[in-house]
Write a protein that binds this ligand. Sequence first.
Ligand code: HEC
Ligand code: HEC
Length: 103
Amino acid sequence: MKIEKRDWFFIALVVTILAIFIAISGKEKTKPVPNNATHKQVYEIAYKNAPAADASLFKKAFFRPAKKDAEKFCEPCHAQNNIKLPPNHPPKHRCLFCHKLVK
Ligand code: HEC
Ligand code: HEC
């Protein structure tokens, strides 16, 4: 089979899309919220309405952690513990969009 100009265009397109995909997925390296004693309360607040283990699949699928409620506590406690953001930290409203809860 002879590869024609049109085919090369298609191949280039596929390669570009793959490259973008890899570039984006590599960005997921922001530190998650540590699942430790200090951050226990964050997890408790975020998952306060979590469906029980025996809840329907439907309920589980649509459950979203209460991120906004939990985020209120990040900065006050970090301030108390003198935890500073790195100088190049991105805009910081909505901590949990970037710093994922691990569970
Ligand atoms: C009760 C206090 C407290 C609250 C609330 C809290 N933090 Fe922290 N955080 C700490 C302390 C203390 C550390 C230092 C490391 C440790 O003890 O885990 C820390 C460290 C971190 C780190 C750095 C982890 C690392 O590996 O270096 C991140 C990211 C973080 N917190 C995110 C958050 C986010 C996001 C929230 C809110 C959803 C939050 N924290 C709420 C006390 C708190
Ligand atoms: C737009 C995304 C974004 C948001 C929103 C955000 N962060 Fe970050 N944060 C980052 C990135 C990127 C870094 C640097 C890479 C890393 O170490 O995770 C960082 C680093 C940190 C660190 C230092 C981690 C270390 O290396 O010890 C702390 C603590 C932290 N963020 C807390 C917070 C808190 C608290 C909030 C909410 C008030 C917040 N961040 C909101 C993206 C974000």
